[in-house]
Design a protein around this ligand. Structure first.
Ligand code: PMV
Length: 353
């Protein structure tokens, strides 16, 4: 049987007139990066992330029965048609698995806790919140059991934005088949439940070095991996990094954790610097922050490290027990490299609800 078949809903038609629901879903930050995909949003390699908490999206979704179904998106109180094609595309992709959607118009009222100009992508949290809403409707229609909701939400979120699959649960989540993760799948993410206590309540300070939207969209970035000269080496490296990180997470080995996480961030950027066309997504301040983090770690032996997304902002990761000296370091040293001195104190969270 095709593995996707189990995700086709038992609810075939829209049997209730109107359904309204609100869900909140967090952003996440990858420790081993997903960069490269094939077919219907299937990852070229497995990835693993910290689910965040402060940076999240809340969406109220009203499903209304209609013979001419439409989508309307209201972002922070303002009708924003620019977002609607992305949602339409998402609904097209998931309709096979949620046939009941065919009869509904959707009104989505959405808001992020982070400023949308801040350079933090809202696609993971936004798609995860919307997937949760669709699954809530499916459950109300009797199409899915309570016990299967989380997996289905991750499966649907993946079809919206790959990394969104990792925003349903927390605090540590993997997505993509990997030999050392027995229940892992390319179709949905699963919670990594064996981490050492040092990773309970890990912090992520998001240093906003550059506000504004991403220079390279994820869609373009992933597609540049298709003919990338280093693609095979990169996918093998990510697979090796997953093994190393899984061990580090289990044992609480921070030295090994830091080595993998920083290498992953730099590899992601190296892929963009060596693709055709090529891109440099770091800003001068990105490097200044990285060097300051290394100097602080060297001087204090406090196990801080950095990671990067596909942009200039830096995520500073550190264990809860070191929060006081690290806060002083952020205020005293790192803040000045941030645009308008803006940063977000975030930490690992438990996922969508
Ligand atoms: O989910 P997408 O298609 O926006 O891709 C996300 C890619 C990275 O954020 C750069 C890495 C990751 O694994 O989250």
């Amino acid at each position: 049987m095709d593995q996707n078949e189990e995700f086709i809903s038992a609810a075939q038609s829209p049997t209730i007139e109107r359904f309204e629901v609100t869900h909140t879903a967090p952003s996440n930050i990858a420790l081993v990066k997903y960069w490269g995909k094939h077919a219907a949003q299937l990852p070229a390699n497995a990835s693993i992330s910290f689910t965040l908490s402060a940076a999240h999206t809340t969406s109220k979704v009203v499903f209304e029965k209609s013979t001419t179904p439409k989508v309307a998106v209201v972002l922070e109180g303002v009708h924003t048609p620019a977002f609607e094609p992305k949602i339409e595309q998402f609904l097209d992709r998931i309709r096979l698995y949620c046939p009941f959607l065919k009869g509904y118009s959707l009104q989505i009222d959405t808001a992020n806790t982070f400023p949308h100009s801040s350079g933090i992508a809202s696609s993971a949290s936004g798609m995860a919140a919307l997937a949760m809403a669709v699954v809530s409707l499916e459950h109300t229609l009797g199409g899915i059991r309570e016990a299967d909701k989380t997996r289905k939400a991750s499966f649907l979120a993946r079809l919206g934005s790959g990394s969104a699959a990792r925003s349903i649960e927390g605090p540590i989540v993997s997505w993509g088949e990997h030999a050392e993760l027995p229940h892992s799948s390319d179709l949905y993410a699963t919670k990594f439940a064996q981490s050492h206590e040092v990773f309970n309540d890990y912090h992520d300070c998001i240093l906003i070095v550059h506000k504004g939207s991403k220079k390279v969209s994820s869609t373009l970035g992933h597609s540049l991996m298709n003919n990338h000269p280093y693609k095979d080496a990169r996918f093998e490296q990510a697979t090796r990094h997953m093994s190393k990180l899984v061990h580090a997470l289990k044992k609480g080995n921070l030295e090994s954790f830091i080595a993998v996480v920083e290498s992953e961030a730099l590899s992601l950027h190296a892929m963009m610097m060596t693709s055709s066309p090529y891109f440099v997504l770091m800003e001068p301040q990105t490097l200044m922050v990285i060097k300051a983090i290394w100097a602080f770690r060297e001087e204090t032996a406090i196990p801080v490290c950095f990671t990067l997304d596909a942009g200039a902002n830096v995520h500073l990761l550190y264990p809860n027990q070191h929060r006081e000296p690290v806060h002083q370091f952020i205020e005293g040293v790192l803040k000045k490299y941030c645009e308008d001195q803006f940063y977000i104190n975030d930490r690992c969270g438990t996922g969508a609800n």
